[in-house]
Structures are given as structure tokens and as C-alpha cells.
Design a protein around this ligand. Structure first.
Ligand SMILES: NC(=O)c1ccc[n+]([C@@H]2O[C@H](COP(=O)([O-])OP(=O)(O)OC[C@H]3O[C@@H](n4cnc5c(N)ncnc54)[C@H](OP(=O)(O)O)[C@@H]3O)[C@@H](O)[C@H]2O)c1
Length: 349
């Protein structure tokens, strides 16, 4: 793109204006715009095509220590995404290349050479998966599901795996990978439509609608896990974690991936009441942070791209359009309105 054309572009951005208490509201965001500059020597300018909306964003908005620093007040909101190189002064990246990167909630990102690695800039191949699949099964949630299951869950054929958030981004990868590894797979999800999808489309053995009533999870686990639970992949925490802990087998593995039921809590987070089940069953509960596996992502991508191609794996994305819709779209994750990996399309591919 010529210098004249670049400088005519306006980069619309959404920044963190204030830290939320409970669910984020419009008051937590500010909308800004700035000109797009020429790339520095060795740098690139990227156009955002689609952003990954993640439950973790809620955590990044909080003050305090975590596995990654919080987004600062006034900073462009952090977001992973996929996009296209539109200007380059770097031999490794040509105009037109598709990439994934930490774009932020904005339309353009200018990256200097020194920041490319830290930013996670990686070329993506659209022959292997669609843009939105690169945010789902082939992207961060897929890597989370894959390594959380394989490295922490350590599935063995014939074992029973339960996964919560079953119809979501991480959950769909976990359940399908566990089926491929020969497990009995029981999902937990909100509503009949999501439950029907994971059973009929993804091939899970059963799915429990946790919204069906106060004893739905307890009764569902009893009915669908007659041999107990060997692996629980936890995406939600809270009461569902407790209900599953009550049914685990000896040497069970509990993968603590997330606790979305607690992310907007305004009082202390509810921890597991049934943790002594770990003692009785000589079981293990272990957390996972996806970024620890970055040097092995390519292996998981290669394996799962094969399953997407041969039909053993499916993916579902829920696409919302328009950068300006980011604040409302994010809320879909917390009220369960998203059906599949939540993606914000920012520009046409
Ligand atoms: N550790 C890591 O490195 C890592 C990386 C990525 C994601 N994660 C975690 O993995 C989990 C899933 O993330 P995702 O990107 O795959 O999101 P997702 O499952 O696609 O979307 C979130 C889903 O959470 C469910 N949910 C919301 N509030 C809930 C509640 N109170 N109780 C039970 N379920 C609730 C909703 O589904 P229903 O309709 O079924 O309620 C919603 O659709 C999150 O906890 C996230 O933080 C961790």
C-alpha cells in the first residue's frame, strides 16, 4: 500500500477506560481513533480482519497479578486476532500475507521488528483452515483444549471424560479430541440446543443441560457416567466443579482451565467445597495456561488440521460484525448467548 493511501486510513480503537466491578458496562470503554503511520524499518502494518473474544478478557481488565499483566487504563484493549499485512519493510512478511497476532481491539496494528516475537506474530495458511478456524480449533482455544487434555488430562481409551462449557471454543476441541482418543465423553452446557449439537454433530456420548434444574448436573452425572469420572476438564468452576468432584474415580485428573461462573463475582470467588474428594480418590487437580505450550502449537495445529480435513473434527464459530460492537459482543460470553467460538469480524477478508 502506498504511503499516501496508508496515511488516509483511520485506525478506530477501543480502550479500557475504567476497571469494571461485576459485568463490564459501556462506562468501562472509550472509543478513539488515530492515523495509520508508515511501518518502521523492519516493521509491518497489519489490518485486523477478525478478533478473538475470550472470557480471559474479563480477567485482563482487573488490577493485580496474574499470568499476564493487566491492560492499563487508557490502553487499547488486548485481543488476539487474525489479519493481513498491508505494508511491510520486513523481508519475512509480504503485503497480502495472512497472520495471527495480538492485534488489540483496533482496526490496524503497526509492529516494529523488535516486538514481533513478543506479540506472537505468526503467518497462517488459509488452505489449512478458515480465518475463523484459526481463532478457534487452530488458534488459542484449540491449543488450550489440546494441551490441557493431552498434557494434564492424559486421556486413556475407555476412560470417562466430562467437559463443561462443552459447546464453547475450548469445550468443542476437548470433547472431540477425547473422542478421537477413545474416551466416553459427557458434556455440560447451557440449554437443549447446545446439548443437542455436541451430541448429534460432534459425537459426544451425552450432554447435561445444567440449566434444566437445580439437580440436573448431579442427576445427569449419575445417569451418564455410570463408571464415574476419570477426567474433568473444568471451564466454569463453581457448583458444577463441586458436583463433578463428588463423582470422580481413583486417580482422576481435574484440569483447571477456567472458572467463567466466577469471573464477574463481586464477592470472594467460590472455591470447591468437595475438594477432599481429591484426597479420598488420590486424585489430582492442576491448572493450565495455554501460553506455556507455544513452542508446541505447530504440532497440535498439524494434528487437528488433519482431523478437520478428514471430518473427524468440526468447528463452530459465532461471528459478530463491527468493531464498535465489541462491548456488547463480549457480554455474550457471560450470559451464554455465544454458540461456538465468539469472533468479532472487523473487516472483510
Ligand atoms: N487456561 C487457559 O490458558 C485458558 C485459555 C482459553 C480459555 N480458558 C478458559 O476456558 C473457558 C472457556 O473459554 P472459551 O473461550 O471456550 O469460552 P466459550 O465456552 O466459548 O464461551 C463461554 C461460555 O461459558 C458458559 N458460561 C458462562 N457463564 C457461565 C456460568 N455461570 N456457568 C456455567 N457456564 C457458563 C456459556 O456457555 P453455556 O451456554 O453452556 O452456559 C458461554 O457460552 C473459560 O473459563 C476461559 O477463561 C482458559
Amino acid at each position: 500500500m502506498s504511503q499516501a493511501t496508508l496515511s488516509s486510513l483511520v485506525n478506530h480503537q477501543i480502550r479500557l477506560a475504567a476497571r469494571p466491578v461485576g459485568l463490564p458496562t459501556d462506562a468501562n470503554w472509550s472509543h478513539t481513533s488515530e492515523a495509520v503511520a508508515e511501518p518502521a524499518e523492519g516493521g509491518v502494518v497489519l489490518q485486523t480482519l477478525a478478533l478473538s473474544l475470550d472470557p480471559a478478557m474479563r480477567g485482563w481488565m482487573n488490577e493485580g497479578k496474574s499470568y499476564i499483566p493487566p491492560v492499563a487504563i487508557g490502553e487499547v484493549m488486548r485481543a488476539g486476532g487474525v489479519g493481513r499485512v498491508i505494508a511491510s519493510k520486513n523481508d519475512k512478511y509480504a503485503v497480502g500475507d495472512y497472520v495471527s497476532a495480538s492485534f488489540g481491539v483496533q482496526e490496524y496494528l503497526s509492529l516494529e521488528a523488535a516486538d514481533m516475537r513478543r506479540n506472537g506474530l505468526t503467518k497462517i495458511d488459509l488452505r489449512v483452515g478458515t480465518l475463523t478456524q484459526w481463532l478457534n480449533v487452530l488458534g488459542m482455544p484449540g491449543m488450550t483444549g489440546y494441551f490441557g487434555l493431552m498434557d494434564v488430562g492424559q486421556p486413556q481409551a475407555g476412560e470417562t471424560l466430562v467437559v463443561s462449557g462443552a459447546a464453547g471454543a475450548v469445550g468443542q476441541t476437548v470433547g472431540q479430541m477425547a473422542k478421537i482418543r477413545g474416551c466416553r465423553v459427557v458434556g455440560i452446557a447451557g440449554g437443549q440446543a447446545k446439548c443437542d449439537w455436541v451430541v448429534k454433530e460432534l459425537g459426544f456420548d451425552a450432554c447435561i443441560d445444567y440449566k434444566a434444574g437445580p439437580s440436573a448436573v448431579r442427576e445427569g452425572l449419575k445417569a451418564h457416567c455410570p463408571q464415574g469420572v476419570d477426567i474433568y476438564f473444568d471451564n466454569v468452576g463453581g457448583d458444577i466443579l463441586d458436583a463433578v468432584l463428588a463423582r470422580i474415580n481413583r486417580k482422576a485428573r481435574i484440569v483447571i482451565c477456567g472458572a467463567i461462573s466466577q469471573y464477574n463475582a463481586t464477592t470472594a470467588i467460590a472455591g470447591p467445597k468437595n475438594y477432599l474428594s481429591l484426597l479420598v480418590n488420590r486424585a489430582r487437580m492442576e491448572g493450565i495456561v495455554v501460553f506455556d505450550y507455544a513452542d508446541r502449537y505447530h504440532l497440535a495445529v498439524a494434528e487437528m488440521a488433519g482431523y478437520l480435513k478428514d471430518g473427524r473434527m468440526k468447528s463452530k464459530e459465532d461471528v459478530v460484525h463491527g468493531l464498535e460492537n465489541f462491548p456488547n459482543a463480549l457480554l455474550k460470553l457471560f450470559n451464554g448467548e455465544n454458540f461456538g467460538k465468539l469472533v468479532l469480524e472487523v473487516a472483510n477478508a
